[in-house]
Design a protein around this ligand. Structure first.
Ligand code: 5GP
Length: 196
C-alpha cells in the first residue's frame, strides 16, 4: 500500500511551490484534491486545485461519512475524501496532502503510517513580509500570524520539521524524507524480499 505524506505550512511559506516540485520529481506521488466550500480564487480550477462545493453538498458528504477528515479553516470547510485517497492508492501511488494541523492529526489517527511534515518560514517577520507582498488584508495577516504561533506550539505532532529559508534546499530535504520513509523495512514490497 502507498504512503500518505502530509505537508502543513502557514500560508506564505511557499507550500504550493514545494508541492508542485515534489509532484514533478516523483512520478508515483500524487496530490489529493480536497473538497472545500471556499470560493475559487482567480486562476483556480474545479477538480484541479479543489473540488469546490456548496455548504449543503459538504454537509451531506459529512453525513454520508465520505471524508477521512474535515475541518473548518478561516470560516470555510475543507475535507479529504476517502474516495480520492482510495483511488490513488489503488493505482499504486503515494499521496501528498496539503492540509492544516487539525487534518494532519486526524490523518495520523486513521493512517498511523502516514508521515507528517511541517514547513516553517525562516521567521515570523519574514512570513509577515511575504504576506504583505501578497497584498493580504491587515486583519487576515494578523489572523494568519496568530494561527502560525498556535500551530508552532504543537509542532511535536509532526514527524519532521523543514525550514523554508531556501526553496531548493527545502524541496531536497523533503525528497530525502520521502526516500527514507519508502525504504523503511515495513514499507518495502514483500515481492522484492521473496526474490532473494
Ligand atoms: P487555502 O484556502 O489557502 O487553499 O487553504 C487554507 C488552509 O486549509 C490551508 O492551511 C490548507 O492546508 C488547509 N486545507 C486545504 N485542504 C484541506 C483539507 O482537506 N483538510 C484540512 N483539514 N485542511 C485543508
Amino acid at each position: 500500500m502507498g504512503t500518505i505524506f502530509v505537508l502543513s505550512a502557514p500560508s506564505g511559506t511557499g507550500k504550493t511551490t514545494i508541492c508542485e516540485r515534489l509532484i514533478k520529481s516523483l512520478p508515483n506521488l500524487k496530490m489529493s484534491i480536497s473538497h472545500t466550500t471556499r470560493k475559487p480564487r482567480i486562476g483556480e480550477r474545479d477538480g484541479v486545485d479543489y473540488f469546490f462545493v456548496d455548504r449543503e453538498v459538504f454537509e451531506t458528504m459529512i453525513k454520508n461519512n465520505d471524508f477521512v477528515e474535515w475541518a473548518e479553516v478561516y470560516g470555510n470547510f475543507y475535507g479529504t475524501s476517502k474516495k480520492v485517497i482510495n483511488e490513488l492508492f489503488q493505482s499504486g501511488n503515494d499521496v501528498l496532502l496539503d492540509i492544516d494541523i487539525q487534518g494532519a492529526k486526524n490523518i495520523k489517527k486513521t493512517y498511523p503510517d502516514s508521515v507528517l511534515i511541517f514547513i516553517l518560514p525562516p521567521s515570523l517577520e519574514e512570513l509577515e513580509k511575504r504576506l504583505k507582498q501578497r497584498k493580504e488584508e491587515i486583519d487576515t495577516i494578523k489572523m494568519r500570524l496568530n494561527k502560525v504561533k498556535e500551530e508552532i506550539s504543537q509542532y511535536k505532532i509532526y514527524d519532521y520539521l523543514v525550514i523554508n529559508d531556501d526553496l531548493d534546499k527545502a524541496v531536497k530535504e523533503i525528497l530525502c524524507i520521502i526516500t527514507a520513509e519508502k525504504l523503511k523495512t515495513n514499507k518495502v514490497n514483500q515481492q522484492i524480499i521473496n526474490n532473494f
